[in-house]
Design a protein around this ligand. Structure first.
Ligand SMILES: C[S@@+](CC[C@H](N)C(=O)[O-])C[C@H]1O[C@@H](n2cnc3c(N)ncnc32)[C@H](O)[C@@H]1O
Length: 238
């Protein structure tokens, strides 16, 4: 298999500054219901701290409970300006924003109870490094929720996703990122994962540093189809 190409932060920052003015009305329209689903999987307790990595225009922000503190981080000043407008318009006083690079996050270890990464793991230059950081920044009992498109396990579809990758990189994300590559060197446990419909392109994956049994996970949405192999699924939901 030829070497796979990733996004580069210097290019992403400029590109997403351009995306900022039309993101919500284009890609945002395709993904908003999944973002709401993904936020629900965090299940935070009152007073907990949540980090939203690659918060973009802040489409997830209105979905967080007001009794939590949310920090949205993003590389692009243009995207953050749109997120700031949402905070102001919706009086989201529990949300704040930080401009920063997820490859070098400006936070101390275990600063957050939970982390969410929506449509961003295939945009950073080193997806596995992002998850290693998330593992460092989160408390041992927290949850890491990822919403993303991952390369299909079907060889034909996966091949097309690889062939089309140079085009998708130009418009802002990688189309041939397999979940396995993100979890390389990671000690995170996959609690559960699902797609909101059978033929959906996007997947919600819930990870945690500890493989503890949460009775609520028994009622978690069931996976309809997925890019994960059975061995990656926690025994607690099998
Ligand atoms: C496709 S958008 C997703 C935005 C939002 N999470 C959503 O679901 O609508 C990807 C976002 O990741 C940000 N991003 C890309 N690389 C980043 C990095 N290294 N650190 C922080 N943010 C990054 C981009 O600026 C952009 O806002």
């Amino acid at each position: 298999m030829p070497k796979k190409l990733n996004m580069k932060e210097r290019y992403s920052a400029k590109l997403y500054d351009l995306w900022a003015s039309f993101y919500d009305h284009t890609f945002g329209q395709l993904v908003h219901s999944r973002q709401k689903h993904a936020v629900k999987q965090i299940r935070p307790k009152p007073g907990e701290f949540i980090l939203d990595i690659g918060v973009g225009t802040g489409m997830t922000l209105p979905h967080y409970p007001k009794n939590c503190t949310v920090v949205g981080m993003d590389l692009s000043g243009g995207m953050l300006e749109k997120a700031a407008e949402k905070i102001q318009e919706n009086n989201l006083t529990h949300c704040s924003l930080v401009q920063g690079d997820a490859m070098f996050p400006p936070f101390a270890p275990q600063s957050f109870d939970h982390i969410i990464i929506t449509h961003t793991i295939s945009v950073v230059s080193e997806p596995a490094k992002l998850l290693r950081w998330a593992e460092t920044l989160i408390k041992p009992t927290g949850r890491i929720v990822i919403l993303n498109h991952f390369q299909s396990a079907n060889p034909f579809i996966g091949w097309w996703e690889h062939i089309l990758n140079p085009f998708f990189l130009k418009i802002g994300w990688r189309s041939d990122l397999p979940l396995d590559e993100c979890l390389e060197d990671s000690k995170l446990h996959t609690l559960y994962h699902y797609k909101i419909s059978l033929f959906d392109f996007w997947q919600i994956v819930v990870l945690s540093p500890t493989n503890r049994h949460d009775p609520e996970d028994e009622h978690a949405p069931q996976s309809q189809s997925s890019a994960l192999s059975d061995s990656q699924i926690s025994p607690s939901i099998n």
